[in-house]
Design a protein around this ligand. Structure first.
Ligand SMILES: Cc1cc2nc3c(=O)[nH]c(=O)nc-3n(C[C@H](O)[C@H](O)[C@H](O)COP(=O)(O)OP(=O)(O)OC[C@H]3O[C@@H](n4cnc5c(N)ncnc54)[C@H](O)[C@@H]3O)c2cc1C
Length: 487
C-alpha cells in the first residue's frame, strides 16, 4: 500500500514527530535521490526515506510501517550490487536508512572484539580497531556499513585468510517487524556459546528480509606487520590452481590472497586506470592470466628479518613452480604497487566500456575446467564481447565479466541464451549463482530457478514468522511475490 492510500491520514506527521529533524525525508527533496539509486545505476522511487538514529526509533518505524501497511527497503551504505538496497519503481516503498545508527563503537583489545552500530562503515570500524593493532579482515573495494555487511555476508579479497563476515560475527542486535517490534538482543562477544539456537545466523546473508540489524559484535584479528606480494604468470588456469595448492601447502594461513586477473581486465587497468599506477610488465602487454599472491604474518620475529623470511618462503615456492613449468614468469613488487592493479580493475573496466558482471563460485577443484568452459561459451554465444574476468581463486570465486569496449560503438544486448547457459554451467559444477553479492531484484529469478524448492518453502515459512506483515522488502527472500525490478 502506498503512503497516499494510507488509512491514517496523520501517519506521516506521526512518524515525523517521532523521528525529529532529519528523520523523515519526502520525495520532493533533492537529497532523496541518493537513496533511490544504487552503485550499478538501478533507480527506483522512494515514497519516503526514514532515518532513525537509535534502536528505539527503529522499533517505532517498524511499528508505524505495520500499522500503515508500508513496505520498507533497509539500506546501509548502499554499495550492494544486486538492486536490493533501493526501492522499486512503484513509488510505494519507503527506504529505511540505517546510516544514523552510529553507536556504539567499542573495541575490546584484550578479547579482540568490537561492538559496532549498524550505520558505521567498515573503514570507521577498522580505524578504531587499528589503534589497538587489530582489524576486521574484510577487504573490499567499497566501504560498506556494519548492517549491510551482516545482511550480505561480505566476502572480499582476503577471504582465504580471514573468512567472510559470518566467520567474524559473535553477536547481533535485531529488531523484528512484528507487532510490538521485539528486539532480539544478542550483542555478546562470546566465542563459545551453545546455550540454544544460534539465531543470529538467520540474519547473515539474508538481505534484511527477516529483521533490521541495529548493531553487531565481531571478532578481530591482529594487523599483520609483514606483508609480501608478487605477480605470478601461470601457464594456464590449471597451473594457477596447482600454484595455489603448492603455495598454500608451504605458507599455510600466511597465504592471505590469491587473486586472478585476466589479460583483458589488466589491459583495461593499464589504459583506463589512474595514471599513477605502475605497470609491472615493462613494455610488454599483459599476459592472458596473472595472479596476485600475498603472504602476511605477525609476530614471526623482528622487523626486516621476519620480512626476509616471508619473502624467502615466497621466492622458494615460486622458484619451484617456475622449474616445474607451471609458471611462465613471476614479478616481485611491493603491496602498494601491486594491489592497485586489482583494486582499480572494476572502475577501469567501467570507464572503458560496458560491463556485464556475474558473481559466481565453484569448488576449487572444478575451477580450471569451469573457466575453460566459460571462455568457450562466450566465444560461441557472445561474439564481439570480451571476457575480462577476475576473481578470488583462493575461495573459488570468479567475477565473470563480459566487457564491450566503448571504442567498438554501442554494446549489443547480450543473448539471453548466454546467461542461461552460464548459470546452468555453474549449477552443473555444484557452484553458486551468487557467490558474495547476495540476493536482490537483479538475481531473484535465479534464486527461484536454482534453489531447491524445500529450501525456498522453509525460507517463506521463516519470513511469515519474523515479518508477518511483509514489511521488509528489498532482497525479496521469502516474499511470495516477485521483488520489484527498480524502474
Ligand atoms: C567497488 C565495489 C566492490 C565490491 N567488492 C565486494 C567484494 O569484494 N566482496 C563482497 O562481498 N561484496 C563486494 N561489494 C558489494 C557490497 O559492497 C557488499 O554487498 C556490502 O556488504 C553491502 O553493504 P552496504 O552497507 O552497502 O549495504 P546496502 O547496499 O545498503 O544493502 C545491501 C543489503 O543489505 C540490506 N541491509 C542493509 N543494511 C541493513 C540493516 N541494517 N539491517 C537489515 N538489512 C540491511 C539491504 O536491504 C540490502 O538487501 C562491492 C561493491 C562495490 C561497489
Amino acid at each position: 500500500m502506498s503512503l497516499g492510500d494510507s488509512p491514517h491520514p496523520g501517519g506521516l506527521a506521526a512518524i515525523e514527530r517521532a523521528l525529529g529533524p532529519g528523520g523523515v525525508l519526502l520525495p520532493d527533496r533533492d537529497d532523496v535521490h541518493r537513496y533511490e539509486v544504487d552503485v550499478r545505476g538501478m533507480v527506483g522511487h522512494a515514497a519516503v526515506v526514514l532515518r532513525p538514529s537509535c534502536t528505539d526509533e527503529v522499533r517505532t518505524v517498524l511499528t508505524w510501517a505495520l500499522e500503515q501497511g508500508v513496505q520498507l527497503v533497509p539500506q546501509g551504505a548502499n554499495t550492494g550490487v544486486v538492486g536490493a538496497s533501493v526501492p522499486d519503481g512503484s513509488r510505494r516503498q519507503g527506504v529505511l536508512s540505517l546510516e544514523r545508527l552510529r553507536w556504539p563503537l567499542d573495541v575490546q583489545a584484550d578479547e579482540r572484539t568490537v561492538v559496532a552500530g549498524s550505520g558505521l562503515r567498515l573503514s570507521e570500524v577498522n580505524d578504531a580497531a587499528r589503534e589497538h593493532g587489530l582489524h576486521l579482515g574484510i577487504d573490499v573495494g567499497s566501504d560498506p556499513s556494519v548492517g549491510g555487511m551482516v545482511s550480505t555476508n561480505t566476502g572480499g579479497s582476503r577471504l582465504i585468510r580471514y573468512g567472510d563476515v559470518r566467520r567474524h560475527l559473535l553477536g547481533l542486535e535485531v529488531v523484528l517487524p512484528r507487532p510490538g517490534a521485539p528486539v532480539l538482543s544478542q550483542l555478546r562477544t562470546l566465542r563459545k556459546d551453545n546455550s540454544g539456537l544460534d539465531l543470529k545466523q538467520l540474519f547473515v546473508g539474508t538481505g534484511g528480509s527477516f529483521g533490521v540489524v541495529t548493531a553487531a559484535a565481531f571478532s578481530l584479528d591482529r594487523v599483520p606487520d609483514q606483508v609480501v606480494t608478487a605477480l605470478l604468470v601461470p601457464r594456464d588456469m590449471r597451473a594457477a590452481m596447482t600454484a595455489l595448492a603448492r603455495i598454500e601447502a608451504a605458507a599455510g594461513e600466511m597465504l592471505s590472497a590469491f587473486e586472478f586477473m585476466s589479460g583483458p581486465a589488466l589491459a583495461a587497468v593499464r589504459t583506463f586506470g589512474p595514471p599513477r599506477l605502475r605497470w609491472p610488465f615493462g613494455t610488454a602487454g599483459p599476459p592472458p592470466l596473472s595472479v596476485l599472491v600475498e603472504l602476511s604474518s605477525r609476530g614471526q620475529g623482528a622487523g626486516s628479518a621476519a620480512r626476509q623470511d616471508l619473502q624467502q618462503l615466497l621466492v622458494e615456492s615460486v622458484s619451484t613452480l617456475l622449474e616445474m613449468g607451471e609458471l611462465r614468469d613471476a614479478v616481485q613488487g611491493s603491496p602498494d604497487k601491486l594491489w592497485p592493479l586489482r583494486h582499480e580493475m572494476i572502475d577501469a573496466l567501467r570507464r572503458g566500456g560496458v560491463v556485464v558482471g556475474h558473481d559466481v563460485s565453484v569448488p576449487r577443484r572444478r575451477l580450471a575446467a569451469f573457466h575453460a568452459a566459460v571462455s568457450e561459451l562466450v566465444k560461441v554465444e557472445a561474439p564481439g564481447w570480451t571476457l575480462a574476468d577476475f576473481g578470488h581463486l583462493g575461495d573459488g570465486g570468479l567475477h565473470v565479466v563480459l566487457w564491450w569496449p566503448a571504442d567498438r560503438g554501442p554494446a549489443p544486448p547480450l543473448p539471453p541464451a548466454l546467461r542461461q547457459a552460464l548459470y546452468d554451467l555453474v549449477a552443473a559444477n555444484d557452484g553458486s549463482f551468487s557467490a558474495e553479492h547476495g540476493i536482490g531484484p537483479a538475481n531473484i529469478e535465479r534464486y527461484r530457478h536454482y534453489v531447491a524448492g524445500e529450501v525456498q518453502e522453509l525460507t517463506r515459512a521463516i519470513k511469515t514468522m519474523t515479518d508477518p506483515g511483509g514489511v521488509l522488502v528489498g532482497s525479496g527472500l521469502g516474499c511470495s511475490e516477485p521483488a520489484g525490478i527498480p524502474g
